[in-house]
Design a binder for this molecule. Sequence first.
Ligand SMILES: Cc1cc2nc3c(=O)[nH]c(=O)nc-3n(C[C@H](O)[C@H](O)[C@H](O)COP(=O)(O)O)c2cc1C
Length: 240
Amino acid sequence: MKLLSAPLQGLTDVRFRRQHHLQYGGIDEYYAPFARLERGRLRDKERRDLLPERNRGIPTAAQVIAKDRDEFARLCDLLQRMGWDRIDLNMGCPFPMQYHSGRGSGLLPHPDRVALILDEMRQRPQVSFSIKMRLGLEAKDECMRLLPLLNEAPLTLVTMHPRLGIQQYKGSVDMEAFESFYEGCTKPLAYNGDIRSTDDITRTVKRYPRLEAVMIGRTLIDHPQLALLWKSLQKASNKT
Ligand SMILES: Cc1cc2nc3c(=O)[nH]c(=O)nc-3n(C[C@H](O)[C@H](O)[C@H](O)COP(=O)(O)O)c2cc1C
């Protein structure tokens, strides 16, 4: 079972990723916070965070947020030119400014636009693409309507955070809706949301044995040894 570090704008920049990787470990891949286009270019802060020389030796996925195929293609061009061949698409951001402009969770109600973006991925076989998503922007059946497209897409991982975009981080995660998605998803799947302890990881892995990975966000900031601790406990229990 892989453990992933979730992207958190303002928190998991390259300094965090490097320090965590060197001092704690236990994380199989770090997701960089989303990069977006500003006047056709990457913003300076995001470009600096994604400079290959600063990320060398740290297993990292770059993440982009885009409203349509053109914007996605432009971001991929910029990142591939920098040397990135591992890119995640953000389809979960719950900030109103993003979803009102059709980015992040604002993509979820639009299978037509998602289909075009997935088609753009097909044109770039040298890149390992994944997506990070929510159940929907306003309704939890939005992810189910996307499933046939996702199952056919060249995705190496789908990460599901089972809340709606409009919920932001309020209310509890909807495990019933996650279960329906888990049953229908034929791509490698990661679970993300409210993992706070080694017991939470163990419970999730036992309940969903086909999961490829568990992604940890906010807890890793306060409890940076969580991933390594869980892996050590696993190793010890496999020996007994
Ligand atoms: C401050 C903050 C910034 C975030 N930035 C991003 C981001 O850049 N990209 C993304 O996909 N998700 C982002 N998220 C969502 C997290 O990656 C994650 O999905 C969410 O926190 C739920 O996981 P957790 O309960 O383990 O924290 C952000 C969340 C927070 C609280």
